[in-house]
Design a protein around this ligand. Sequence first.
Ligand code: ATP
Length: 636
Amino acid sequence: ASKYAAADIASLITWKPGSPVPYSLLANTFEAIAETTKRLEIVALLVSAFRAILATTPADLLPATYLCVNRVAPAHTGIELGIGEATLIRALCEATGKNEASIKKAYEASGDLGVVAVGARSTQRTMFQPPPLTIASVLKSFRDIAQTAGNRSVDNKRGMIVKMLAAAKGNEAGYIIRSLQAKLRIGLAEQSVLVALAHAVHLHREGVKEREGRLAERLEAAAQVVKQAYSECPSYDVLIPALLEQGTADLLTRCHFMPGVPVKPMLAKATNSVGEVLEKFTDSEFTVEYKYDGERAQVHVVDAGKTVHIFSRNAENNTPKYPDIVARLRGLLKPHVQSIVFDSEAVAYDPDRKKILPFQVLSTRARKDVSVGEIKVQVVLFAFDCLYLNGESLLHRPLTERRQALYGALVEKPGELEFASAKTSRDVEELEGFLNESVEAGTEGLIVKTLADSYEPSKRSSHWLKLKKDYMEGVGDTFDVVPLGAFFGKGKRTGVYGAYLLGVYDPDTETYQTISKLGTGFSEEQLAQLADTMRPHIIPQPRKYYRWSEGLVPDVWFDAAAVWEVKAADLSISPKHQAAMGLVDPSKGISIRFPRLIRVRDDKSPEDATTAAQVADMFRSQAIIKQQQAAKQKEQ
Ligand code: ATP
């Protein structure tokens, strides 16, 4: 409780209660957060800042939260920061009176435009000091910048940036620049922001009156509720007003799933065999469905089909990519359907041969400004879940009910909208037969789902298991890894990177941990292409939240930005790699051997990479398979 003492909060408050909170509060908090890698400390620092805001100007909690997560609006609105370097460098020149060559030189030396901005400011003297930046004004400027369009937009954006830089003091310019680049990167994950919000709101409303153990329990409960509410309704515009109004009590009834605000999808865990499925689901009823190889499409329909939105697995608005689906949907709703949200997979389709096509074909389809007449790759939607129907959220209903709702709401039409092929059986042979059929039909295998459980947004749930043909052949699942660094190429590969250092993500410690080195299986063209896409992500030093070993240090480090899907031979305990360190072996990590790049996953963000816990799970099930194989051989 001492870290939450009232005196600490009071010492932070340097502004008049009720007046806009200065941006310096956040800049100083960011600075302190960047200094530590301890999650509890990070949360405590943020809690203090949020409590200071709650005690004086609660309306600023919403803009402060957006600034902490380095966004200006919910993901589905598509309003994003990400100003190019050239514009920022020119703005820095204008704001500081320095020439471009000196700014660029400083940038080359430090590799961080934020550092350049702070250094450039300290020598600058101005006659008329503009008023200090406030949290609300910074967010407003960021939003204006993100939304400025038209032919003079670059100049207009630069003008707004120059104004902010001119008003920035001390370390503020650094965070302004990094936020504008959408590269705040202080090691502050969104989950920590949610926990801090919950703690701050609870402490603000209830005080620190309970004994320590009880208080810790209450804070933990509050954090769970806030995380759950945000996973069902991922919009701070809804969450924060609800928290300010009545705290965490009853939050889930006030902040729930609604059409227009996409949830992060429920995901599946890997499993090795039909036998393992039956073992894991001994006590639960389950169903199996084809796992189609396309793109997740969460379809939100309101006003009986007058408005349709299609969201990707990352909550991006994919509606402009699929005008054909939008056009056909109204005719596929049963008459009683006013509003519906359903989960589906959009899969490339050959209408002549009436066959589905692999993901690679779908990925050639244009992403934006598509007109129905110009579409070359046809798609069919395979619907598999219903999350909302006629004003009611179905997230907490069992799958049986959600399926009934789905089947009752939509009209199937071959080649346009179909329900995912499904089967309910516990018979090993029948299930194996269905798995073979699924692979022959051009899908990746099966997804096994328990029938009695609710929909768990943004979770890799143990209620959904994926069963791919690959696993059964012992090849294992693919890994989604993040390139963290690279080694310079030699000989023919001079000028490109010859190998990459790959990492996985551990959401529990919020660290990226190395798992392998990838250096074979590339064509020369691919090597050049990868080097081009990775160069802009070079950083001068590894991030504080990277975990690697001194025996394997790459020539260049990258920001955790890209996600690559790789296939590997097997997993082994490794003294050199840090993945899942402590989960299987107390002092060694796990590595994957002979990884090969399958595809770049533009649809995933680094925090969606394979997790340390998944790596540990895969290692354990590999060990079980090996034991089984050894036992079989002995029998023979
Ligand atoms: P992958 O790399 O194979 O896409 P992933 O980690 O992104 O895997 P998984 O949990 O393996 O996601 O599988 C869930 C994905 O499978 C969903 O996001 C969806 O796009 C796709 N999918 C295809 N058919 C189904 C289905 N019947 N039910 C649920 N998801 C399905």
